[in-house]
Design a protein around this ligand. Structure first.
Ligand code: FAD
Ligand code: UDP
Length: 373
């Protein structure tokens, strides 16, 4: 059988492009996925107790991009959900991103009010300040506050999550969770925030349910690519693997998830509690808070960050720092010279994309390049 496109990877990038190509261009696609399921890292499933869980950690959809929201809404209804996270600091639950409510939780009333006033007069109400920026302040009181937040919220978490201090990484990483001069406890302020009503996997199934799309699971594309008859390749795996690591291995970070089902209705106060300072895990997710599922039991996931090793575990996070980005650029030069191959997605672009960014980039690739060729 002849395919117009072979697509490596059945995550968001692969499924969005398959859907577009099949429905808009009426062309035939084969998706090859090495795991035993579609959905990439957004895959969810009902565990042995019947609780809906996210296999690769909590996935909360949020976006400012109306176009992405409207596109995905063709394949799912939504449960409105606004994510809130508490971190355990000195034994108590404190909202993260660190905000005015957090300040009032950890300092006495007078000190908290003074700091709040000082922050507003210095930066303005509603402003978001990355911790590494706040640490640059020349004001002694703000410096003490910045050091406190850095020590209690960021340092320990980063050492576990990345094996590095925040300042050793691109500032955009700790900048994802900036200090927020507000009383808004939400993790994201985006206009659209929700969870697919019947789960992510159901949404992906709907997306690729098309006579023009075939899916082959549990197959590494390298094992069969030379036996396939196709025109073009879309590659969403890690870029260094495509090139047989000829410039060296690009570092990624991985996680180990310890899922536990507990015979009680709820385990913790919300969907996500972070543990920056204690324990080897970084956070505990309780899925029922996200999915709003009613069940007498509950399933939680402990996240243990680990070093990624090719062949041993899966690459989940690119590690944004200068040397790695330079190596990626050299791979990108090779990629730009490949004929009839498109590289796209979090692994192939080596970019810390959220889901909406992933979808946005895939839609743009389709519109600007694939549909025009
Ligand atoms: P992936 O989902 O990684 O899909 C790539 C697929 O390619 C994989 O299924 C892989 O098995 C397959 N593949 C790779 N190599 C080969 C090969 N050689 N042969 C065949 N198949 C191959 N985003 C949010 O917006 N909100 C969140 O709350 C959120 N939480 C996250 C939590 C965690 C722990 C992680 C890791 C990510 C989170 N994300 C979140 C980001 C989100 O997961 C990504 O944006 C999205 O999954 C990227 O999709 P993708 O298709 O580019 O990559
Ligand atoms: N972070 C932190 N402490 C926290 C939460 C986040 O230090 O309590 C930092 C850490 O570097 C983390 C980054 O902010 O990797 C991004 O956090 P996010 O919740 O966006 O991570 P993800 O959900 O992508 O793993």
């Amino acid at each position: 059988m002849k395919f117009d496109f072979v697509i490596v990877g059945a995550g968001f990038s692969g499924c969005v492009l398959a859907e577009r190509i099949a429905t808009q261009l009426d062309k035939k696609c084969l998706i090859i996925e090495k795991r035993n399921h579609i959905g990439g890292n957004c895959f969810d499933y009902y565990d042995d107790s019947g609780v809906l869980v996210h296999k690769y950690g909590p996935h909360i959809f949020h976006t400012q991009m109306k176009k992405v929201w409207n596109y995905l809404s063709e394949f799912t209804d939504w449960i409105p959900y606004e994510h809130k996270v508490n971190a355990i600091i000195d034994g108590i639950e404190v909202p993260v991103p660190f905000n005015f409510n957090s300040i009032h939780k950890v300092f006495d009333k007078k000190k908290a009010q003074d700091l709040e006033d000082l922050l507003i007069s210095t930066y303005g109400l509603g402003v978001k300040i990355p911790i590494l920026k706040l640490k640059e302040t020349s004001n002694e009181d703000l410096k003490q506050l910045a050091d406190f937040i850095y020590e209690k919220v960021f340092l320990g978490y980063n050492l576990k999550q990345w094996g590095m201090k925040p300042e050793e990484l691109d500032p955009s990483v700790s900048g994802r969770v900036p200090v927020f001069l507000s009383r808004d406890d939400r993790y994201f302020q985006d206009t659209y925030q929700a969870i697919p009503k019947y789960g992510y996997t159901k949404m992906f199934q709907k997306m690729i349910n098309n006579k023009n799309i075939k899916v082959m699971l549990q197959t590494d594309y390298k094992d069969i690519i030379n036996h396939l008859n196709y025109e073009k390749l879309i590659y969403t795996g890690h870029i260094d693997y495509y090139f047989d690591f000829k410039l060296g291995h690009l570092p990624y970070r991985t996680l180990n998830f310890d899922m536990q089902t507990i015979n009680q209705e709820f385990f913790q106060s919300g969907a996500q509690i972070n543990y920056p300072n204690n324990h080897e895990y970084t956070r505990i997710t309780e899925f029922k808070h996200l999915t709003k599922q009613e069940h007498s039991k509950t399933t939680i996931a402990y996240e243990y960050p680990e070093e990624y090793k090719f062949g041993k575990n899966d690459p989940y996070y690119p590690i944004p720092k200068k040397a790695n980005l330079e190596l990626y650029e050299r791979y990108k030069d090779l990629a730009d010279n490949e004929k009839n191959v498109y590289f796209v997605g979090r692994l192939a672009d080596y970019k810390y994309y959220n889901m909406d960014q992933t979808v946005g980039v895939a839609l743009q690739l389709f519109e600007k390049k694939i549909a025009k060729n």
